[in-house]
Design a protein around this ligand. Structure first.
Ligand SMILES: CC(C)(COP(=O)(O)OP(=O)(O)OC[C@H]1O[C@@H](n2cnc3c(N)ncnc32)[C@H](O)[C@@H]1OP(=O)(O)O)[C@@H](O)C(=O)NCCC(=O)NCCS
Length: 230
């Protein structure tokens, strides 16, 4: 039987994301024992045991999400920017936090890009909050969320944005380069903090957040361009 926190994470992700996106979550201790496929074994060789378990748990969740889309178990090799390489026709994202790993996957017909992130449900240290969040973000905690959780939610949302667009943008994006704002009902909006041409795509993302008993859960995604190539 699935651990309650895993089903809570899956429910939170499924509620955040648009319909038709497959999600999977699992305990790192259990899913981390799943075998890696040959194309994934190389990068795992240099990992310490705990990191290898986390990596394997993420891959196991990704394969479970892909299976829910009707796809066979395939390897997700590691790209040069450390992103997982999803099978043709799909996009997705992997995250781990503490004892938990999760993945989400979508056909490209439904989403052109996806990022998810889990963080522990705890306040961010004030000096970190000041480094990772912009003053206007810190001043705009949404109603309904414990205010001390908002800075870490903003941080997590930025990691979701990064995972969603990093490969497309082709460079590191600093935390202060993106502005996060809360909409109603757990929705998030994103925009480049300055008029940075290569970050214009950030304003096209949608996103959301939720909190479970143990975790902050965020996601950012890019809808397909009508009739376009993302
Ligand atoms: C890459 C990063 C976002 C990962 O987030 P994290 O909270 O440290 O770790 P998580 O467990 O949530 O996610 C790790 C997973 O992210 C995925 N990932 C790593 N690099 C990635 C990239 N360039 N693009 C997409 N996904 C990536 C991988 O699947 C990785 O797990 P794996 O190595 O086991 O496959 C983070 O380490 C980082 O470098 N952040 C700095 C840049 C940033 O976030 N800027 C925000 C401004 S928009």
């Amino acid at each position: 039987m699935q651990a309650p926190a895993a089903s809570e994470i899956e429910a939170a992700l499924a509620a955040l994301l648009p319909p038709g996106i497959a999600v999977a979550a699992a305990s790192v201790a259990v899913a981390g024992l799943a075998p890696l496929l040959p194309a994934e074994a190389g990068p795992a060789q240099s990992m310490v045991p705990r990191r290898r378990q986390e990596f394997a748990a993420g891959r196991a969740c990704a394969r479970q999400a892909l299976a829910a889309l009707g796809l066979p178990p395939v390897a997700l090799p590691v790209a040069s920017d450390r992103s997982p390489l999803w099978p043709p026709g799909t996009c997705g994202s992997i995250t781990h936090a503490g004892e938990w790993a999760a993945a989400a996957a979508a056909p490209l017909a439904r989403l052109a890009g996806l990022g998810i992130d889990l963080e522990e449900r705890a306040a961010l240290e004030p000096d970190l909050a000041a480094r990772l969040c912009r003053p206007e973000e810190l001043a705009s905690a949404p109603p309904g969320l414990p205010p001390d959780l908002w800075p870490r939610t903003v941080f997590s949302a930025k990691e979701s944005v990064y995972k969603c667009v990093r490969t497309r943008v082709g460079r590191f994006i600093d935390f202060t380069e993106v502005r996060v704002a809360a909409g109603s009902g757990g929705r998030l909006r994103f925009e480049p903090a300055e008029a940075t041409a290569d970050l214009a795509i950030v304003a096209r993302l949608a996103g959301g957040y939720a909190v479970t008993a143990e975790l902050i859960v965020t996601a950012a995604w890019l809808a397909p361009m009508p009739g376009g190539n993302g």
